[in-house]
Design a protein. Structure first.
Length: 249
């Protein structure tokens, strides 16, 4: 397991918390900041999530990229403290699927309707997954006055992995990007596992850097870092920054 070096900018330290997200538009955190100790039932729930990740289907829109994914929508009603999964659309191959879009700014699939296989029904009741999702929602509610309307959450499972030397696994979009650019959009990432991997560096940059590669001389990079431990993660306020995940080998 190796870390990639930042192309430029400063390495963002873990455990920066909500203030950093408010002030800079991005923050890092780990299991300690989440208040989670990966023992007992939490360790069993993490193992259950890993089993689902190991069996993720290939990205139907990018064959040969060694990218595997599932995606579902959930809705949270703040006035009831109620979190519910939204049913997917029946599909003859995957059982059910959910619409997925990264906005018109996605250079790989502009204005294209895509559907991805849903999360398995059994995983939707996984206590650790629900705890992570609720933690993310709490951060958003603490930063924005959204307590009187439903909050929509897209829960995206992504695995980048290769089986043989010389192969490469690529994220999407393969450049600095935003997930729509809305002031109401926040993206949270939680690492589930990292095994026998090189690369996979995360980069946070200015909104104007969207569409560029981090090493481009005109890219304005805020921070670069590599997630290594289970539940290491980061959050971005989408309209204030762009972000990127480098290829893995």
């Amino acid at each position: 397991m190796e870390k990639a070096e930042p192309p430029q900018g400063e390495a963002a330290g873990p455990g920066e918390g909500r203030d950093a997200l408010r002030e800079r538009g991005f923050a890092r955190y780990g299991a300690e900041q989440l208040g989670i100790t990966l023992t007992g039932s939490a360790a069993r729930d993490l193992a259950g999530i890993r089993e689902v990740f190991a069996a993720l289907p290939p990205d139907p829109y990018a064959p040969g990229t060694n990218r595997f994914r599932r995606y579902s929508h959930a809705v949270y009603l703040p006035w009831k403290d109620e979190l519910s999964w939204i049913p997917g659309t029946p599909d003859p191959v995957h059982g059910t699927v959910t619409d997925f879009s990264q906005g018109e700014g996605d250079p790989e699939h502009p204005r294209t309707r895509r559907v991805l296989p849903d999360l398995p029904e059994a995983l939707r009741g996984n206590a650790l997954l629900l705890r992570l999702l609720r933690w993310d929602i709490e951060q958003v509610l603490a930063l924005r006055d959204l307590g009187r309307r439903p909050l929509w959450a897209g829960v995206h499972l992504i695995r980048l992995g290769v089986d043989h030397p010389g192969q490469i696994a690529v994220s999407s979009p393969d450049c600095l990007h935003q997930d729509g650019g809305s002031a109401s959009t926040f993206t949270f990432a939680h690492l589930i596992s990292r095994t026998n991997v090189t690369g996979g560096q995360n980069v946070i940059a200015t909104p104007g850097s969207a569409g560029l590669q981090p090493e481009d001389p005109w890219a304005d990079v805020h921070a670069a870092f590599t997630l290594t431990d289970p539940l290491d993660g980061y959050a971005v306020h989408d309209h204030r920054v762009s972000h990127y995940l480098g290829p893995r080998r």
